[in-house]
Design a protein around this ligand. Structure first.
Ligand code: RBZ
Ligand code: NIO
Length: 348
């Protein structure tokens, strides 16, 4: 049995007893029932994931993957492709958005090259390059099925390495110029809508080029005919290496009962791939924020995820996941340390 098969067969629902125990404590805290809103949801979810009333969520990491995209040549992105190789070393150095936010919240970043269009080894970046960028999906499949499985398995492996190092909460991030294009293709295929309904500006595409971007995505879907019920097929035909690797982290976290914090639009595409491979992965996901990219609501509705933050962010990298780490920690701290009605006299 392959690593992917064995991991996806080993994903179970959250533990109802622990969720109930967490709820009972939350209801005994000195506050109106339910008044901590999503903080309470997070605590119940974490209890169900860790199978324990109390849990440690202190050690956190963003695992970020980078890859380039053959579809870049269709003129779907506003920036030069080599921004991927120039920006990615800044993840580990703590100089870019996700790096800086991680420093602030005391989390680590692991940066993994799964397909950057370059020959050199990058400082502070793990080399798991599959190939120097996907093929142009407007002309044929982005990758082979074997490559799709490979990037999923790299993601699984990275998550398990981090879990072995005792990380208790894992966020996902990415870098890849043009990757909102395959993300939109994945989301249109799985949601079942026309790409024009959800094609956004990405890193700042001019409004007058949006129709062209949507047309390229539609053409890629028509040409490759991905099967919306088969996550691996969708990934192979219209995906990206970094997107598949993020989906692999989601599967790895779910099988190892570790919460996985979803970032923005590109990570939503990864979340849908993981969900199609095993729908139970949804239970392990925390949506950090609501991306400003068009199409956000459609994915979050399917995944039934309610984002923690709404910051109008559309950076990616894992920046939103890192920002939500502090909310998760604040929720756990409050849950553990607030007094209950049994401990202080509240007149009842
Ligand atoms: C300097 C820079 C830093 C970034 N960090 C994340 N992205 C984000 O923008 C890219 C996706 O947008 P599109 O599909 O329009 O190319 C991805 O690399 C994503 O991570 C960046 C983009 C740029 C230009
Ligand atoms: O939502 C995101 O993460 C996003 C949106 C546009 C470009 N890059 C990332």
């Amino acid at each position: 049995m392959s690593l992917l098969e064995s991991i996806s067969r080993n994903i179970y629902s959250l533990d109802k007893t622990s969720i109930e125990q967490a709820k009972q404590r939350l209801d005994r805290l000195i506050k109106p029932k339910g008044s901590l809103g999503k903080m309470e949801d997070i605590c119940m979810q974490l209890a169900g994931i860790y199978e324990s009333k109390y849990f440690d969520s202190s050690k956190k990491v963003v695992i970020a993957f980078a890859g380039d995209h053959g579809v870049y040549e269709e003129g779907v992105a506003p920036d030069p492709q080599n921004i991927t190789v120039l920006q990615f070393p800044n993840f580990a150095k703590g100089l870019c958005g996700v790096g800086t936010i991680c420093k602030y919240v005391g989390a680590d970043v692991v940066a993994v090259d799964v397909g950057i269009n370059c020959d050199e080894k990058l400082e502070g970046v793990l080399d798991y390059k599959i190939r120097k960028g996907t093929s142009n999906m407007a002309k044929g499949p982005a990758m082979t099925r074997q490559e799709a499985i490979r990037c999923l398995e790299i993601g699984i492996e990275m998550s398990e390495k981090c879990i072995e190092k005792d990380y208790k909460v894992i966020g996902i991030g990415e870098m890849g110029i043009a990757n909102t294009t395959p993300s939109t293709a994945i989301i249109s295929t799985i949601v079942g809508c026309d790409p024009s309904e959800i094609t956004g500006i990405g890193a700042g595409l001019k409004k007058e080029k949006l129709k062209h971007k949507a047309d390229v995505i539609r053409k890629a879907i028509e040409l490759n005919n991905p099967n919306p019920t088969d996550g691996v097929d969708v990934l192979a035909k219209v995906g990206g290496f970094e997107i598949g690797s993020m989906a692999g982290v989601i599967l790895g976290c779910s099988a190892n009962r570790i919460p996985v914090v979803i970032d923005g639009f590109i990570s939503y595409a990864a979340a849908l791939i993981a969900y199609k491979i095993n729908p139970k992965t949804r239970e392990y996901m925390i949506a950090s924020h609501s991306s400003a990219e068009l199409g956000t609501n459609k994915v979050l509705e399917i995944l039934k995820l309610s984002p923690v933050l709404n910051m109008d962010m559309r950076l990616g990298e894992g920046s939103g996941a890192a920002l939500a780490f502090d909310i998760i920690e604040a929720s756990n701290y409050t849950y553990k340390n607030m007094a209950t009605y049994d401990e202080v006299d509240m007149g009842r």
